[in-house]
Design a binder for this molecule. Structure first.
Ligand code: F6R
Ligand code: MG
Ligand code: MG
Length: 370
């Protein structure tokens, strides 16, 4: 069997109601288009899902990553869904489509992309994580836990197939540079960077001993693309598991702690990342708190068996309860940091306006008085 490519491409092209969820008509439109592409090519298979207001296209094919046909298919699907959203006057129709024209691929045009090409193993369990009201740096901590933390992934300690460790590819999203760390040897160095997830973002993880792709995330930050912070970049992540990769349970365990991520209300607040079942991926309290869903698949000759709703399990109930508790606590801090993001990281700001108003009112300090 030839290598298959798993492409997850997503965009927010209209919310229902507000930014909380997606209207079924958008999903139907996407289903219609991708069904046609499965019948006539180039798709082997697909699933249409959503997390909050983000439309998620999950596709398999044999054309490799960053393929023009596949990206054009995703782009055209988002444009068609935008038309539906516009007709229904859904909220923020076409929000993530930053350009009027498609050229070559969707990178830089607004949608988020996570793609990997691999030869299917005898059995290929994959988990696709999709989040809303947050940004790609939200995956840094789970990435670290899954592939570098023996307290999360005991396979790193006791499974010879994982014992050598993994390589992390990190992007500096401000400078547009990349660097790779080998773990466990360079763990401490790596944490200096990925502990700062608004700037350094894990893009991909490979198994060290054979360079096999283990995981990949979408890293598009709409924020810096148009030269200023322009909007959402709710991320997706693909993780392969079992037989030489972390077990399904080790992958999911990384979400048992609802860590703080940025992106809540107006993309300008920190809040706990709450793992939920599919039916609860509708953030409403203060437009949040940020959500993540996990869709489990067995892939067989490019065909999807799934999704299984991996966070629906009752063993995540306490995580959700803790997330609500932390959410309550953070909300009480109101417009103060660290609930509200630092001034230069907020998606919305009135700072220039207020600064303008304060013109001439800043006085030099007088030593005795101040
Ligand atoms: C956060 C988000 C929402 C909106 C908020 C205001 O990622 O999408 O919290 O920022 O609802 O939306 P507008 O400016 O469209 O009224
Ligand atoms: Mg939206
Ligand atoms: Mg969203």
């Amino acid at each position: 069997m030839a290598k298959i490519t798993l492409s997850v491409i997503k965009a927010d092209v209209g919310g229902y109601v507000g930014h909380s969820s997606i209207h079924p008509r958008l999903m139907e439109e996407a289903e219609k288009r991708l069904t046609r592409a499965r019948e006539k090519g180039p798709l082997i298979d697909f699933r249409v899902m959503h997390c909050g207001d983000d439309l998620e296209l999950i596709m398999t094919h044999e054309l490799g990553v960053m393929n023009e046909n596949i990206h054009k298919l995703a782009w055209d699907t988002f444009v068609a869904a935008t038309k539906v959203a516009t007709d229904l006057k859904l909220y923020g129709a076409g929000q993530d489509l930053l350009s009027d024209t498609f050229s070559g691929n969707v990178k830089g045009l607004g949608p988020g992309i996570a793609e990997m090409e691999f030869e299917e193993r005898k059995s290929e369990p994959v988990i696709i994580f999709m989040a809303d009201k947050t940004s790609p740096g939200a995956w840094n901590l789970p990435f670290y836990k899954i592939f570098a933390d023996p307290f999360n992934t005991v396979g790193l300690v006791i499974d010879p197939a994982l014992h050598e460790g993994f390589k992390f590819r990190i992007l500096d999203v401000r400078e547009n540079t990349a660097l790779t760390f080998e773990c466990p040897e360079e763990l401490y160095d790596m944490l200096v960077f990925i502990g700062s997830p608004s700037r350094y973002v894990v893009k991909a993880v490979h198994r060290k001993k054979d360079d096999e792709i283990a995981a990949v995330a979408s890293v598009e930050r709409l924020g810096y693309m148009a030269g200023r912070y322009v909007g959402k970049d709710d991320p997706v992540m693909i993780v392969r598991s079992q037989s030489g990769f972390p077990a399904v349970g080790e992958v999911l365990e990384a979400f048992a702690l609802p860590h703080l991520v940025e992106g809540w209300m107006r993309g300008s607040h920190n809040g706990p990342l709450m793992p939920v079942g599919f039916e609860h991926a509708h953030p409403t309290r203060f437009d949040g708190p940020p959500r993540v869903i996990a869709a489990g698949f067995q892939i067989s000759n490019g065909k999807f068996f799934g999704p299984r709703d991996m966070f629906k399990d009752v063993s995540f109930d306490e995580t959700r309860r803790l997330a609500n508790f932390i959410g309550d606590y953070m909300r009480r801090i109101g417009p103060f940091e660290p609930h509200r993001l630092p001034l230069d990281e907020m998606e919305y700001t009135t700072l220039p306006l207020v600064m303008e108003k304060m013109q001439g009112r800043f006085e030099p300090l007088e030593e005795k008085q101040d």
